[in-house]
Design a protein around this ligand. Structure first.
Ligand code: HEM
Length: 535
């Protein structure tokens, strides 16, 4: 056996000398060294120990060791696709410029590229796509004015209205932190103490909590936004995506049958439809209100637990979206995609919806941690227009986003030495006025139950039957105090709704065979079991 460092085929420095038959298909390492042996590590004799200068081995393994980034703290499971948005140039029958100066909407037929990511919310990156959960519907518009992200869900409302409650809500919906076992008691413990969630729970436990797939589901911005015109005047806006294929939801049984065989049915459905040229399409509608408090309504227009009445605030079409291209690499595009509610273009604005304002901090904060400081330099996140900032360096800086004429020495502003300059504002700034005390306070028109009752009554009979059966199934493992509170909330929504849940629970209690074979147990049972284990 000879010793030495530059033996060909080891993946060491000698590999640089290889390449007599090198062509475009030649395997290399990340340093561009051609690899002659990708099967055998370098050892002292065929049975001897592995040596440490195996550069190719060390690089290959250590890159593999870092292949995963933290998954999204919520919405970890998702699928994405590229496409375009086509504007109608008007809102309903009116010229859209009357309400917003956002360029992407102005011209009929104008196309803006988009990337969309659909998701489930609570469970991890490889969890089944059949779970009862809202579905995420996040759209990145690569507009000529920079990116606009519309980060929505399939359902039109949300569980809570105050961002301070979001981490608690997600903890309650997740498995037990001790046993890692999912238990509806945790969810209903939180929900029974958060009456504003009654409306959303009514949707989530009905078939609307399990959309059949991503192509046959709606999307909604949920939060209230603003549009701003050239005069700086604003209107309140809600966004809604309506699928061309119509809406299809699953019963619990149908979902279970799919889940028994396939954890990825929705991703597969989307991917295969796009591959065969059957491009999914949605129409974008807005609902509009004047920008004021609307004391005539029995709800607050800034409350994301409420629907805006469609008769009073009709759905006005503004454009359509077509998804026509699958990602080429799931990780680079879908996993590293970063959407945020702060990502707005000129002519679009925030409202004072508290939940929206809380969200706006959270997205870019988590993305700097999840993807990295320079996540906006990645192709999926970078705008498709020129970017010129004075932000520099940080981990994984890929390029300096300098303007062609900018002095490389001037990375600050203001400057007279060839630095970047501010632009003249295109229209008047929207300047909302405030005169109020700084407080911690619930909104006045909470009205937590009325719309939940209306939604219950609007469901078709089979949807109501499913809702009651799903609720009873989840609540039967909860402690009686939680059950009682939930029955009260459902009764306040609609007396029939409350009594049907109560009857279902009484039946389940009288006949233990109704308790099913759930692994879920009450916290008392769980505590007893854990106690026995540690005793
Ligand atoms: C994802 C926070 C409410 C829709 C996320 C992520 C965070 C977050 C931290 C992970 C982002 C990432 O890693 O890239 C919050 C907070 C909320 C809130 C703090 C309330 C205070 C909502 C609401 C909606 C929503 C009301 C629906 C309108 C989404 C969607 C995603 C997401 C669709 C996934 C985006 C993607 O596909 O990458 N949220 N969220 N969130 N959130 Fe929220």
């Amino acid at each position: 056996m000879t010793s030495g460092t530059n033996i060909e085929g080891t993946g060491g420095p000698a590999d640089q000398r290889l390449g007599t038959n090198e062509n475009e298909m030649t395997l290399t390492n990340r340093q561009g060294h051609p690899i002659a042996d990708n099967q055998n590590v370098r050892t002292v004799g065929s049975r001897g120990p592995v040596t440490l200068e195996n550069y190719h081995l060390l690089e290959k393994i250590s890159h593999f060791d870092r292949e995963k980034v933290p998954e999204r703290v919520v919405h970890a499971r998702g699928a994405g696709a590229h496409g375009y948005f086509e504007a109608y140039g008007k809102v309903g029958d009116e010229p859209i410029a009357k309400y917003t100066r956002a360029k992407l909407f102005q011209e009929a037929g104008k196309r803006t590229p988009v990337f969309v990511r659909f998701s489930t919310v609570i469970h991890g990156r490889h969890s089944p796509e059949t779970l009862r959960d809202p579905r995420g519907f996040a759209v990145k518009f690569y507009t000529e004015d920079g990116n606009w992200d519309l980060v929505g869900n399939n359902l039109k409302i949300f569980f809570i209205r105050d961002p301070l409650k979001f981490p608690d809500m997600i903890h309650a919906f997740r498995p037990d932190p001790v046993s890692e076992i999912s238990n509806p008691e945790r969810m209903f413990d939180f929900v029974s103490n958060s009456p504003e969630a009654t409306h959303m729970i009514t949707f989530v436990f009905s078939p609307w909590g399990i959309p059949a797939n991503y192509r046959e589901m709606q999307g909604s911005g949920v939060n209230t936004y603003k549009w701003v015109n050239a005069e700086g005047q604003a209107v309140l806006i809600k966004y809604h995506w309506e699928p061309k294929l119509g809406i299809r939801n699953l019963t619990q049984k149908e979902a279970e049958a799919i889940q028994a065989k396939n954890y990825s049915h929705a991703t597969q459905d989307l991917y295969e439809a796009i591959e065969r040229g059957d491009y999914p399409e949605w129409e974008l509608y807005v609902q509009m209100m004047s920008d004021d408090e609307h004391p005539e309504l029995d709800y607050d227009p800034l409350d994301p637990t409420k629907l805006w009445d469609r008769e009073q605030f009709p759905f006005l079409p503004v454009g359509k979206m077509v998804l026509n291209k699958n990602p080429e690499n799931y990780f680079a595009e879908v996993e590293q995609a970063a959407f945020g509610t702060g990502v707005l273009v000129d002519g679009l604005d925030f409202s004072d919806d508290k939940l929206l304002q809380g969200r706006t901090f959270s997205y870019s904060d988590t993305q700097r941690y999840r993807v990295g400081t320079n996540y906006l330099q990645l192709p999926i996140n970078a705008p498709k227009k020129r970017v010129a900032t004075n932000q520099r360096d940080g981990q994984m800086t890929y390029f300096v986003d300098r303007a062609p004429g900018q002095s490389p020495h001037v990375n600050y502003e203001p400057s007279s030495l060839g630095g970047l300059q501010e632009v003249t504002r295109r229209g008047k700034e929207h300047q909302p006025a405030y005169n109020a005390k700084l407080v911690r306070q619930r909104i006045e028109r909470a009205n937590d139950f009325k719309q939940a009752g209306e939604t219950y009554r609007k469901f078709e009979p089979w949807e109501r039957d499913e809702l009651i059966s799903n609720l009873v199934d989840a609540l039967k493992v909860c402690n009686p105090q939680i059950q009682q509170k939930m029955i009260e909330h459902f009764t306040l929504a609609d007396p029939e709704y409350g009594s049907r849940v109560a009857e279902g629970l009484a039946k389940a209690k009288a006949d233990p065979s109704h308790m099913g074979s759930d692994t879920a147990r009450t916290s008392m049972e769980l505590a007893e079991e854990l106690g026995q284990r540690t005793d």
